[in-house]
Design a protein around this ligand. Structure first.
Ligand SMILES: Cc1cc2nc3c(=O)[nH]c(=O)nc-3n(C[C@H](O)[C@H](O)[C@H](O)COP(=O)(O)OP(=O)(O)OC[C@H]3O[C@@H](n4cnc5c(N)ncnc54)[C@H](O)[C@@H]3O)c2cc1C
Length: 416
């Protein structure tokens, strides 16, 4: 089933009875060339690029729940490539370029909206740090603009510029950053992968790995044993306990991150804004809800719901930045389980077990990475070699001194 303006009009005129399911309800086969564990954005993108660019024909994505039920459908939808460090910046720029062509590539409206991401600064020292980051971005061919307070005021006149403790002095703007409708990304990749023959198998939980003569040869699931020449794990917040079944301890902790959505309002926030003096970020969805979030809950958990002290903390940040937010009613909130790494950067790597590959440690920034993560993980699975832009995302980087500590927080997963 192709999407086109003609099809939309035809369906509107005929009662929408001609739409088909976006992907087949595939039953597991006994053996695959590649199994991807986890049907989130990263797993689905990996399967798609493996089939499309590496000619792998026999692929399954095993998802314990339903497509779109994990973090890919729980995030605050922000995409950007405004990173400082060499290990990160080219990777996130690759991702943003893939976002820019994604809808045409997969023929699916993911509502990619390059409405601009503005990081506010509140002191001279913070301005200098942002200037440095902006220059690093430009050296990698990425757009960035350092704005002063008046330029920010022109874009967002209602912000609290004269806050007694955190006056707004300016911001670092990436115009090509923005938002993408998160669940449409999962559906779009699933549909595109399915069309290339990938089996997407929902309600199929991987319970164990079968290891023979020191190599992974398949997975045990709640729907029986499934063999594979290669297994790639992309289970985000569930990375630690899934990989432990293969005897692998990961440098990852799982924490809850919450998201909040207000009642629908008329358009007021044209882009994405982040508060530089606390952890608070905000955009407005196309349905009108103000979508915002802040810090992780700060304790280890696998629960997809958060607690009230963080809600209070996030709202304090919001009120400091934009006092009129206090007039809006909060409509919905939810949590997702984050795979927080030791330095805040991800892993796309082989493991010590032949046949087993790992993708994770995305912390709370993995949505924007979805296309590049799939692109690079597919490259690794197909060729056995790291993709050049993801070469720094090694599991052993803490032994070799190759940390990618974007925030400079040290080995404190809850602070990244
Ligand atoms: C509240 C919130 C806000 C966020 N905001 C942003 C943002 O604005 N920008 C940004 O870039 N990132 C953001 N993120 C982070 C981003 O959502 C994640 O880093 C990213 O989605 C993780 O990759 P994924 O999509 O593959 O994960 P998921 O969608 O979680 O996919 C993993 C899948 O693995 C499945 N699974 C787990 N165990 C098994 C098993 N044993 N067998 C089979 N399947 C299994 C799960 O059911 C799940 O569907 C946010 C996250 C949250 C929770």
């Amino acid at each position: 089933m192709g999407f086109s303006g003609f099809k939309v009009i035809k369906e509107a005129l005929t009662g929408h009875r001609g739409w088909q399911p976006l992907w087949r309800d595939a039953a597991p086969k006994p053996q695959y060339d590649v199994i991807i564990v986890g049907g989130g954005g990263h797993g689905l993108a990996t399967a798609y690029y493996l089939a499309k660019h590496h000619g792998v024909k026999n692929i399954a994505v095993l998802e314990k729940g339903w497509i779109g039920g994990g973090n890919v459908g729980r995030n605050t939808t922000i995409v950007r490539s405004n990173y400082l460090l060499d290990g990160n910046q080219p990777f996130y720029e690759l991702s943003l370029r893939l976002w820019e062509g994604l809808e045409q590539d997969i023929n699916f409206n993911a509502m990619v909206s390059q409405r601009g991401v503005l990081n506010l600064y509140h002191s001279d020292a913070q301005r200098d740090a942002y200037r440095r980051r902006g220059n690093a971005m430009r050296m990698h061919g990425t757009d960035s603009e350092l704005l002063d307070a008046e330029q920010v005021r022109e874009m967002y006149p209602f912000l609290n510029f004269e806050h007694a403790r955190f006056p707004i002095r300016g911001g670092l703007l990436q115009r090509r950053g923005g938002t993408v409708r998160h669940d449409a990304v999962a559906w779009g990749y699933a549909r595109a992968a399915d069309r290339l023959g990938v089996d997407i198998i929902q309600n199929c939980e991987v319970e164990d790995f079968r290891i023979e003569q020191g190599a992974v040869v398949g997975v045990q699931t709640n729907r029986g044993y499934i063999g594979a020449s290669k297994v790639g794990v992309a289970v985000a917040g569930h990375s630690s306990h899934v990989m432990r079944k293969a005897g692998i301890e990961l440098p990852i902790e799982s924490h809850v991150l919450q998201a909040f959505v207000s009642e629908g309002l008329k358009p007021v926030i044209p882009g994405v804004i982040t508060f530089g003096a606390g952890h608070f970020y905000l955009s407005q969805s196309d349905k009108g809800g103000l979508v915002f979030g802040g810090d992780i809950d700060g304790y280890n958990s696998y629960a997809s719901r958060g607690n009230l002290p963080v809600l209070e903390d996030v709202c304090e940040g919001g009120m400091a930045l934009m006092p009129m937010l206090g007039r809006a009613r909060l409509l919905r909130m939810w949590g997702g389980v984050m795979d927080m790494s030791m330095d805040g950067s991800p892993y796309i790597d082989r493991t010590g077990l032949p046949g087993l590959f790992f993708n994770g440690g995305w912390c709370y920034g993995g949505f924007k990475a979805t296309p590049a993560s799939g692109w690079c993980f597919a490259h690794l699975l197909a060729t056995g070699q790291s993709h050049p832009t993801a070469a720094a995302y090694r599991l052993d980087r803490f032994q070799s001194g190759g940390m990618i500590d974007e925030k400079g927080q040290g080995a404190q997963p809850n602070l990244h």
